[in-house]
Design a protein around this ligand. Sequence first.
Ligand code: FES
Length: 162
Amino acid sequence: MLLVGCDSKKQIDCNPDDFEEIGCPDVEIAKLSDLVEGVPVDFDYPVEGLECFLVKLGDAAEGGVGPNQDVVAFSYICTHMGCSLKGNYNHDHKLLGPCRCHFTTFSLRRNGGVILGQATQDLVRVELSIDGDNVIATGLSGVLYGEIDNRCCNDAQPAGNA
Ligand code: FES
């Protein structure tokens, strides 16, 4: 588990001023050369306790990084009602889901888009950049379930509908 240098209690308190103070840090989360196709790498971002994962899909994906544009990262938090999707990666179809709560399934090749189920917003993406062999998380795109916005991320964009 990789921890970032932020005070997670501030985020839980949901004080917008604190969100702005926290910022979305640039955090090295993996080495490109260490990634194994189809094996998710778990990490917390942007603060401890917000579980995310990175995976090398093996097929080019929208927004993918790396030599084959196939490395993507997302939050594990379902955008429907906040259940964890951890452990629900389906490598055969490059999907996350079905969610154990209400069966929403997200396409990791298609920017976390909903392909089945109750959610109306895409999975929250972790924006990535590459620096040599380092894969770096640089921000979030989309709004985490239960938050009013992601003010910690200046470049955050509203998640699209399915
Ligand atoms: S919380 Fe995931 S589908 Fe409802």
